[in-house]
Design a protein around this ligand. Structure first.
Ligand code: DLZ
Length: 177
């Protein structure tokens, strides 16, 4: 079921860490480009809004959402990244393609995240129709690309927290949220 009137695009921004020291990958599916381009735009703008440098954003495109896992894997293999954001849009059709693709990408990204020990963010819209997708790509329910980028920054920050704690640094002293 799709989320009810929930737009997290504007959620608790003060809690988002500074992203100036982080590197991110973005993988965007080419299917439903009207939607995925908007998700990409939202994600890119959000990373920069939290001070991520343009040169620290590695963005690639893959044919469809099914290929997001492989695309994220290539990026993680080739660049030193703090997180990867995967953006796609799968629209429910007459066929069982929908479930196969959604399950495959959800499982693939989860597995990749665990195996690589890096946050791999699921920014894939899985909607009943194009109208619902448009609502979540810059429409009345916000832009899920923004939400995916905020999640990526938060997760990258969380990983740093654990590392610093392990090394005995004081988080309060470093002013890390
Ligand atoms: C084949 C297919 C279909 C039917 N629908 C979508 C979709 O709604 N969104 C999407 O991102 N990709 C779709 N694809 C393409 C698959 O993700 C994949 O690219 C192909 O099955 C080739 O592996």
């Amino acid at each position: 079921m799709v989320s009810k009137n929930k737009d997290l695009s504007q959620s608790d921004k003060p809690q988002v860490p500074d992203a100036s020291a982080f590197c991110f990958g973005i993988v965007t599916a080419e299917w439903n480009p009207q939607i995925t381009n908007t998700l990409l735009e939202g994600a890119g703008q959000t990373l920069k809004q939290f001070n991520c440098k343009q040169e620290n954003i590695y963005s690639i495109r893959v044919p469809g959402s099914y290929e997001l896992t492989a695309g994220a894997h290539f990026l993680l293999q080739n660049y030193k990244l703090d997180a990867v954001i995967c953006l796609g849009c799968v629209i429910q059709g007459e066929t069982r393609h929908f479930e196969f693709i959604c399950n495959a990408v959800a499982n693939g990204l989860t597995e990749l995240s665990i195996k690589s020990a890096k946050p791999v963010i699921f920014g894939v819209l899985t909607t009943d129709n194009m109208e619902q997708a448009l609502e979540r790509a810059g429409g009345k329910r916000g832009n899920k690309g923004v939400e995916a980028a905020v999640t990526a920054i938060k997760m990258a920050g969380l990983k740093i927290r654990f590392l610093l704690q392990k090394w005995g640094f004081s988080l309060a002293f470093l002013n890390i949220v």
